[in-house]
Design a protein around this ligand. Structure first.
Ligand SMILES: Nc1ncnc2c1ncn2[C@@H]1O[C@H](COP(=O)(O)OP(=O)(O)O)[C@@H](O)[C@H]1O
Ligand SMILES: [Mg+2]
Length: 266
């Protein structure tokens, strides 16, 4: 394993609101790190600080040991950073092909993506094979000429993950992929993220409220509360931590057959 993402003492305040206070964590290649915590804890802010949408007040962000703290967002994506958004970001009046070409700065730089759909030969074939493999795991097929609005909400959310993965980032930030998905779609999202981690060797930061998903696919978890990390460890360790139970869960969870089960009289 090798370290692909590191936050060192990252701080961010909005007026009087401290959204991130001395946040430290590292993510290895192939690791899925869950970033959890109550609403307003600073999870999305942390993703925005990593991706360069916000500037830090203090601290450092490193990608593959390179300090990117002062680098603009589009340059970070060229460094190998990919992301999805909590609400899918697609151009509503465009077809699926055009939407897949969006947000591909990284792959564009790698020289095989942006004009993929016009590429002949091996590079084009490889790309198409990867797209089909990912859609297979996502559990639905598409016609690239169809309007993006022909997809269901769940399919759009899954396609966001597919789009991010197509750029083959080394770090992928995923904001609440399970929100609004049915159980089957959540399983498909799990499988996509497992593939990204296990087969594509990406380091993943996953924000998710769905504890089953966190317990199922995260290797480690960092818990935020009021901008501070209050617990780090395996999902089982973090979710049984008293501070976490008090701040966030209000109940004790244990894993039973891959599901989060509430323990009564804990
Ligand atoms: N652009 C912003 N301007 C002002 N306050 C913000 C901004 N973004 C986030 N905040 C505040 O920072 C805190 C953390 O927000 P956020 O990172 O969105 O939390 P989470 O994603 O964990 O729900 C909240 O109090 C929120 O209101
Ligand atoms: Mg958020």
């Amino acid at each position: 394993m090798s370290k692909i993402l590191e936050l060192q003492g990252v701080c961010k305040a909005f007026g009087g609101v401290v959204a991130a206070e001395n946040v430290n964590f590292t993510v290895e290649r192939g690791e899925i790190m869950g970033l959890i915590g109550p609403n307003g804890a600073g999870k999305s802010t942390t993703l925005n600080l990593i991706s360069g949408i916000y500037d830090v007040d203090a601290g450092k962000v490193l990608i593959a040991d390179q300090d990117v703290t002062n680098m603009k967002a589009h340059l970070r994506s060229r460094m190998g950073l990919g992301r999805t958004f909590q609400t899918p970001r697609f151009l509503q009046r465009s077809n699926i092909r055009e939407n897949l070409e969006l947000g591909t700065d990284l792959a564009d730089q790698l020289g095989y993506f942006k004009s993929y759909f016009n590429i002949k030969g091996n590079a084009g074939k490889n790309f198409e094979a990867e797209l089909n493999r990912l859609l297979d795991v996502a559990g639905f097929s598409i016609n690239l000429d169809d309007d993006i609005s022909s997809l269901s909400y769940g399919q759009m959310k899954l396609l966001e993950i597919v789009r991010a993965m197509l750029a083959n980032p080394s770090v992928m930030l995923v904001d609440e992929p399970a929100a609004g998905l049915n159980n089957k779609e959540i399983e498909n999202a799990n499988n996509l993220l497992r593939l990204a981690s296990e087969k594509r060797n990406m380091g993943i930061v996953l924000i998710e409220h769905q504890m089953d998903m966190v317990l199922n696919i995260c290797h480690n978890v960092s818990v935020l509360n009021f901008g501070r990390i209050i617990a780090q460890g395996t999902p089982e360790e973090a979710l049984s931590n008293d501070l976490v139970i008090e701040a966030y869960l209000g109940k004790r969870l244990e894993v039973e057959d891959g599901n989060a089960v509430e323990v009564l009289n804990a």
